[in-house]
Design a protein around this ligand. Structure first.
Ligand code: NAP
Length: 358
């Protein structure tokens, strides 16, 4: 029989730790488990019990809440050896809040069914700060009969819960919303870079759109942060790439091509391949990359680029070679190479993730 007031939080990374604290603040009995135990231990000071395995955390609990990096991590923590589903009581509920996409959701739903576990698919919108403030938006989906029971948990971590339908509808909406955010922030980032490149004060751009239908508050907030180059830690490039991939997979499975999402994914790959997958987004540079901006009147792809006294064409491979040569040079000189890696798209995309919406 489940202890309805006990919840096992599996994964105490950026999001999971903040959610666990809010559950504790709401008076719930919280057990935490994390692959790297040292990341879970600080939660003991807030009143959580730190478990050595997912199974230990879930024993007798009313809920298991997973907030892990991806589908594989969730699969293992829930159903692997010492997985939570082996000890979660029959009337316990699995609240799956990680971003896993459509295939991931289907895989996890099957896993829940195999264990006879009640499964609620509930990805969240909002990043570190909203998670800390208990202001996430929960995209909940699952059996109607457990909604009332789950609500206190979602109320503790979020400001709004949308019950969307059968399990899986939450992950669908999450995917769609993520794609919108990537597009919005990518365009915003490039627009601000363009303003700077052509000698326009980007604040004037924000002023022009402010208050009208084009001036969405999110663009104002993020645009200001982009101009001021202020980006708090909130989301890793690896996870952003994972999310872009979930969007592309879903689109492909449904016969759709999303060229903008593909371009964003390619940018993420460059950052990750350059060793920045775990880094705080965004890196900082006010200087538009010579590979991302064309002089006025010259279309991309045909112009010559002058950089460090060299003139070369925009051939992609050659540009990459020059780029990485510069990186190696600066690294050897002990100079941070972070500014090289992320044209604005990285910064903003990370931070879009970075604040209130993702
Ligand atoms: P994070 O800080 O990087 O934490 C990732 C968590 O997953 C850590 O607990 C990590 O354990 C664990 N993990 C990774 N690989 C694992 C594996 N193979 N086996 C077991 N555990 C593993 O990530 P986060 O930002 O909290 O994101 C968590 C989830 O929320 C992701 O699905 C992300 O897409 C989603 N999300 C994030 C945000 C955001 O803004 N950050 C917003 C909405 C949704 P270790 O500590 O041992 O590495």
């Amino acid at each position: 029989m489940a202890n309805n007031n006990a919840i096992a939080v599996l994964g105490t990374g950026i999001m999971g730790a903040a959610m666990a604290r809010n559950l504790l603040a709401a008076g719930m009995e919280v057990r935490v488990w994390n692959r790297s135990r040292e990341k879970a231990e600080p939660l003991a000071d807030d009143g959580a019990t730190v478990a050595d395995s997912p199974a230990e955390a879930a024993e007798g609990a009313g809920f298991v809440l997973t907030m892990l990096a991806d589908t594989d991590a969730v699969t293992e923590a829930a159903g692997g050896e010492d997985g939570a589903l082996s000890t979660l009581p029959g009337d316990g509920v699995w609240l799956q809040t990680s971003t896993v996409g459509l295939e991931g959701h289907e895989q996890l739903a099957v896993q829940a069914e195999e264990h006879g576990t009640i499964y609620v698919d509930a990805p969240v919108l909002g990043t570190k700060e909203p998670a800390e403030q208990g202001q996430l938006i929960v995209l909940a989906s699952g059996p109607e009969e457990v909604q009332e029971r789950c609500q206190p948990v979602f109320d503790a971590v979020g400001s709004k819960t949308l019950w969307l339908g059968p399990a899986g509808t939450g992950s669908r909406l999450k995917l769609v919303t993520n794609n919108w955010i990537v597009g919005l922030l990518g365009t915003l980032a490039e627009t601000i870079s363009l303003a700077e490149a052509v000698g326009v004060d980007p604040n004037q751009f924000l002023e022009v759109i402010e208050g009208g239908p084009l001036g969405v508050p999110y663009a104002q907030m993020k645009g200001q942060m982009m101009i001021e180059e202020e980006f708090p830690t909130s989301f890793s490039a690896n996870l952003a790439r994972k999310d872009a991939n979930l969007v592309l997979q879903a689109a492909e499975a449904n016969g759709l091509r999303l060229p903008l999402a593909e371009a964003a994914a390619e940018h993420f790959d460059e950052a990750i391949n350059a060793g920045h997958g775990e880094e705080t987004w965004p890196p900082s540079t006010r200087q538009p990359s010579p590979t991302t901006a064309s002089p006025v009147g010259q279309p991309p792809g045909v112009r010559e680029v002058r950089d460090n006294g060299l003139t070369y064409s925009r051939d992609l491979t050659y540009r990459k070679v020059v780029f990485y040569r510069k990186v190696v040079f600066f690294r050897r000189a002990g100079v941070s190479t972070q500014p090289f890696f992320m044209p604005r798209l990285f910064r903003q995309s990370a931070n879009f993730l970075g604040n209130r919406v993702f």
